[in-house]
Design a protein around this ligand. Sequence first.
Ligand SMILES: NC(=O)c1ccc[n+]([C@@H]2O[C@H](COP(=O)([O-])OP(=O)(O)OC[C@H]3O[C@@H](n4cnc5c(N)ncnc54)[C@H](OP(=O)(O)O)[C@@H]3O)[C@@H](O)[C@H]2O)c1
Length: 382
Amino acid sequence: MKYRKFGKLDWQASALGFGAMRLQIIDGNHGNVDEIAVIKMMRYAIDHGVNYIDSAHGYHRGNSEIVIGKALQDGYRSKVKVATKLPCHVVNSTADFDRCLEEQMERLQTKQIDFYLLHHLNRLVWPKMVKLGIFKWADKAIADGRIAHFGFSFHDHYDLFKEIVDSYDNWTVAQIQYNFMDEEFQAGTRGLQYAYEKDLAVVIMEPLRGGRLTVPPENVAKIWEEAKIQRTPQEWGLRWVWNHPEVSVVLSGMSKMEQVVENVAFAAHSQPHNLTAEDLALIARVRDTYRAMGPIDCTGCRYCMPCPNGVEIPRIFGWYNEAVIHNSPQRLRSYYSDPNMLDKSERVENCIKCEICVEKCPQNLPIPELLDKAHAFLTAKG
Ligand SMILES: NC(=O)c1ccc[n+]([C@@H]2O[C@H](COP(=O)([O-])OP(=O)(O)OC[C@H]3O[C@@H](n4cnc5c(N)ncnc54)[C@H](OP(=O)(O)O)[C@@H]3O)[C@@H](O)[C@H]2O)c1
């Protein structure tokens, strides 16, 4: 295992972290975690040097934290740091913060959460958390020892990311989605570098786009086959993220023992700058090939924003493209209908076809027409 600087802390994190959101389950039931198998996997990872586990209040309907608590018995707790998250979209008072935190400490069988993160910050939930006095509460929970360090996980655009980083002096961790497809998406490379410069540890989620990069379509698979050194798409994907010196931990959601064994082995080669110029050019070709499969040529530059009627144009196009590229419409359709991800006021129904966005788009996209297409796709059944 390789270890990396973790922001301002005098502690080194393993380059690979165990993401506990996609654990092995029984009978396809997301809440029914296969405890025996998962405990084996987590302990294998820890025995091979993994020292960071990531969970959240809602993962596997609460059972992710419970199984971690069990896996960390028999002397394992002291070998790892545990990160878990406050479910920001459901809390409405500081009493709710306390209730969740205490429930999580009990599930995890721990007297202190090493890294407590605000879950899934975006433009909808962030103002609420500030209004509820989250910083004062966090300072208190740190002072009374229930939390060792505070942070947040993030899913929105770079400007908001920067605002959040700058809003509090006591952040230790920022968790962002990052992979070779998402360099300019959400916090992206700019966010990674900004947080790193501010001495925050940057933890990466979805390094393989939730696993979708491990099953390339034929045209992408052909490009991977041209590599001088043959590697699986998952190894290329993880190596690309590790190539960035600003990254502290790459979380992988590992749902099978073979994946744990494989990813731990990949992590032995996880030092920054491990890819050659030739490797990076190959990955860029893979990225371009995937992107060309998207139905809308939107680069996510956000020049079209703000829409005078509040429509979240780049987000909707991004979901539409992602659903088509990876042939995974269900997940993106659920995002489109989730009010925690997209407010009613941000949906396509609010477009009045004023075309102000069309004038601002550097790609000259016929945005209102494309919004209608995206809406039809994202609201279709199935
Ligand atoms: N805070 C947030 O809002 C948030 C959001 C997303 C994720 N996260 C955290 O970040 C962690 C990592 O994100 P992620 O789970 O999306 O990571 P990911 O690495 O992008 O995707 C994980 C999936 O990739 C596949 N995979 C991983 N290693 C593989 C291997 N060696 N061979 C073949 N397939 C492999 C598996 O798919 P199959 O299971 O289909 O085999 C696995 O479930 C999560 O587990 C969670 O802890 C947090």
